[in-house]
Write a protein that binds this ligand. Structure first.
Ligand SMILES: Nc1ncnc2c1ncn2[C@@H]1O[C@H](COP(=O)(O)OP(=O)(O)OP(=O)(O)O)[C@@H](O)[C@H]1O
Ligand SMILES: [Mg+2]
Length: 449
């Protein structure tokens, strides 16, 4: 049974528009047509097709791969490309650029119906996953914790999420600033749109500008084609300016213009563009002090901090540590459990790297533990956190079955007894309480002679 959907056919050939359109309508789909990727984006942004069929053998008014990226940026629908017979290489590149599937022309009606049906089913599943995720996020918004500080934070996120207020998230490293930004996005009306994070300190000013605002072909050496920036990618969604305190001064002023007027200028462009983007900024630095010493623009600071949300350090909410650790352990290790001394050890640590460090420690311990056999104990945690360099010998080291563990213990006792007896087997046998022959048999079984 086919899943009927709204298919947008992007092809400049009137004959195929008619024929392909008729085939698909015959299968129960709604079909609209556009002559180019630009037209498709301009006309159908609001129509939200379920699937886009894009012909890559059209005369290239624009780079076909840029067409895919353009559609991917503005129409949240899967793209299936149609290629000419020599287009295998192009089809692979198209898939790398984000296309879901491809069909080579000339196209058989059955093949077209099959590929369209498969893509629509997959899109349906993806939608379902997204809805389920949204429902799950509606519970705790992904922000785990029962402490007052986290309850307050969640309540603020729920209230601010649907608004357009700009939010500045401040807090020490690893405390969930990015998670808060995602939560704001997921409880806003933009939840179905993109969430785009950018690390403002990772790039020098010139690259950051082109990354954020995009550039036109030829605007600098190596700019082989027009490239939309992350602001455009985040259209109808949320842009997280992460580590905004590290944004170079030259960029701060351009960002301010976008925040105030909603317009920006791609590198090499003359005409300003618009994008509908909600901006959330985050930093672990003291922005107020940076404003005072002149390294961060005061006007930008006030524009960003419509509301300030603070993420608490783990030290401020030690009661949440067992809850978080338990969650990370279960995610990393099916059937994993903590020994009682592990919980005490976890709760007493200072965790300067906060939740990120806690998570990494628990995941490392899970990787070394044996699922279902022994709980993760304080000794293992001390070992993975670097507090001790060695784990005391335990059956865990034997790496497997009970018999391996016994063999390990036996050979250690035998070796010790022999060493104590200066290599005298009769004496070693006596200390071990076995006959000399029994000792020799054991030694050869364990590979000790
Ligand atoms: N309240 C929380 N519940 C569940 N997971 C959390 C929570 N807070 C943080 N985490 C987890 O801790 C890790 C770090 O979180 P995140 O990247 O949001 O921190 P950050 O404050 O942005 O850190 P940095 O300042 O270093 O960028 C992530 O894996 C995140 O999922
Ligand atoms: Mg972060």
């Amino acid at each position: 049974m086919t899943v009927p959907g709204h298919v947008l056919l992007v092809d400049d050939e009137p004959a195929f528009q008619r024929l392909g359109g008729a085939w698909l309508r015959g299968l129960g789909h709604t079909v609209t047509v556009a002559g180019s990727a630009e037209e498709a984006v301009a006309r159908f942004r609001d129509g939200r097709p379920d699937l886009v069929l894009l012909d890559l053998s059209m005369p290239p008014r624009m780079d076909p791969l840029a067409g895919i990226e353009l559609i991917a940026a503005f129409l949240p629908a899967p793209v299936v490309v149609l290629t000419g017979h020599a287009g295998h290489d192009m089809a692979l590149r198209a898939t790398a650029a984000g296309a879901w599937d491809f069909i080579a022309k000339p196209i058989e009606p059955d093949m077209l119906g099959f590929v369209v049906d498969r893509a629509l089913r997959k899109a349906g599943l993806e939608r379902e996953v997204r809805t389920l995720r949204e429902q799950a996020a509606a519970d705790d918004l992904g922000l785990v914790g029962r402490s007052d500080a986290i309850e307050r934070l969640r309540a603020m996120v729920r209230r601010l999420g649907p608004s357009t207020v700009s939010v500045l998230v401040l807090g020490p490293t690893g405390t969930g600033k990015e998670l808060v930004a995602r939560a704001l996005h997921s409880c806003s009306a933009r939840a179905a749109g993109p969430f785009v994070p950018i690390h403002c300190g990772a790039l020098p000013a010139s690259l950051l500008e082109s990354e954020l605002f995009g550039h036109l072909k030829g605007s600098f050496t190596g700019a082989h084609r027009d490239q939309p920036g992350l602001i455009e990618t985040a259209h109808r969604g949320t842009l997280l300016l992460d580590e905004v305190g590290e944004m170079p001064a030259a960029m701060q002023v351009k960002l301010l213009r976008f925040l105030q007027e909603g317009t920006f200028l791609p590198v090499g462009a003359r005409a300003a563009r618009r994008a509908d983007v909600r901006v959330v900024a985050a930093t672990h630095r003291d922005l107020e002090a940076m404003v005072a010493d002149g390294s961060f623009r005061e006007d930008l600071f006030y524009r960003l901090k419509g509301m300030v949300l603070r993420t608490p350090s783990l030290a401020e909410r030690p009661g949440d540590i067992p809850l978080l650790a338990g969650l990370f352990l279960r995610r990393a290790m099916h059937g994993g459990a903590f020994a009682p001394d592990a919980v005490g050890w976890l709760a007493a640590r200072p965790w300067p790297g906060n939740v990120r460090e806690l998570r990494a420690t628990v995941e490392a311990a899970a990787a070394l533990a044996h699922p279902g056999r022994e709980p993760v104990d304080a000794e293992l945690l001390r070992f993975v956190s670097g507090e001790t360099n060695e784990m005391a010998p335990s059956p865990r080291d034997a790496g497997g079955s009970l018999s391996q563990a016994i063999a390990e213990l036996e050979s250690r006792m035998l070796a010790d007894a022999l060493a104590a007896a200066g290599g005298n087997q009769s004496e070693a046998a006596r200390t071990l309480g076995v006959s000399r022959v029994g000792l020799i048999k054991k030694m050869s079984r364990l590979g000790l002679r």
